[in-house]
Write a protein that binds this ligand. Structure first.
Ligand code: DGY
Length: 322
């Protein structure tokens, strides 16, 4: 049927999304086991009306130049820093994302990293496997008490607030810095105090990042900010790698200017800054924030629904704006 929209999905998604797309569209995918190279992406997009992209696909001006029919870029992620949204908007191409469905899974991941670095779980596992555990001892492998400590949340959007709700259950003091301050009522119900970034860094035992990556937030946490943190504090990043100057982070941990870090994201994934993986005080997860079966199914359905909404007027789309 020539009237069915043509969609390119750069890499096969969970069935929930593929089925929905295939019901209404002609779908081409990059396959189950690999994504598309940039050249393939550009080549395959020429006759497509819609694109479902991953955060690893750079969707910029040359890609849009190659696709005169393109009406929608549906990113299979909540973050969309891989897309030139301004350029897409200029061309009348809608850009959509998958908010809400990954809020809790990502907050859980931040929590897992926080608990892990605080109680040195992965570090202890490594030690144990290497035969380094000889006996129980009063001062062996001590960590930092989470209950009652202070959490600093940078970026108080959906995910930041979900992290605050978890922290409340641990009787933590919660402070936050965000581009927009929460209404007083919400601040109170989350038990959180608005601070400047500077004050937050000086106060928090754990600093957890939940801001989007933009030109303004590039290296939001650099040398100066790391130095401003307490030497006993930990940095948690489940947002985007480039919020942090990763080389400065390695240096700060080496010099014991901060105690350690729990990271799920990196500046140049899947690479890591030299020296990072030599540090005992870091936990290095491979971008797993949304990686539960439940969340990925819902992300796939949402990404498909966004395409159908824009191209066929079915239901509502989660559009993002530059
Ligand atoms: C996102 O959605 O932005 C995550 O990085 C992947 O789910």
């Amino acid at each position: 049927d020539g009237m069915r929209p043509r969609i390119l999905v750069t890499r096969e998604l969970p069935a929930a999304g593929m089925k929905l797309l295939e019901q209404y569209c002609e779908v081409e995918t990059g396959g189950a086991n690999r994504g598309l190279s940039r050249r393939e992406l550009i080549g395959k997009l020429a006759d497509k009306d819609g694109l479902v992209s991953l955060l690893t696909d750079q969707v910029d001006r040359p890609v849009m130049d190659a696709s005169p029919r393109l009406k929608v870029i549906s990113n299979y992620a909540v973050g969309y820093d891989n897309i030139d949204v301004e350029e897409a908007t200029r061309r009348g191409i809608a850009v959509t994302n998958t908010p809400d469905v990954l809020t809790d899974s990502t907050a859980d991941m931040a929590w897992a990293l926080l608990m892990d670095v605080a109680r040195r779980v992965t570090e202890g596992d490594r030690l144990n496997r290497a035969g380094g555990w000889t006996e129980w001892a009063p001062l062996f492998h001590l960590g930092k008490e989470v209950t009652g400590s202070t959490l600093g949340i940078v970026g108080m959007g959906r995910i930041g607030r979900a992290v605050a709700r978890r922290a409340k259950g641990f009787d933590m003091k919660i402070c936050y810095f965000s581009r927009t301050r929460l209404p007083e009522e919400e601040e109170r119900s989350l038990g959180s105090q608005f601070l400047s970034l500077e004050e937050l860094l000086a106060t928090a035992d754990f600093v957890s990042l939940h801001a989007p990556y933009t030109a303004e937030t590039h290296h939001l946490i650099g040398r100066k900010e790391l130095t401003a943190m307490k030497p006993t504090a930990y940095l948690i990043n489940t947002a985007r790698g480039a919020l942090v100057d990763e080389e400065a982070l390695v240096e700060a941990i080496r010099k014991r200017e901060i105690a350690g870090a729990g990271l799920d994201v990196y500046e140049k994934e899947p690479k890591m800054a030299p020296g990072l993986s030599d540090l005992e005080q870091v936990v290095l997860a491979p971008h797993l924030g949304s990686a539960t079966r439940e969340t990925r199914d819902q992300m796939a359905a949402t990404a498909a629904e966004n395409v159908l909404s824009i191209l066929l007027g079915k239901g509502k789309a989660h559009r993002v704006h530059a």
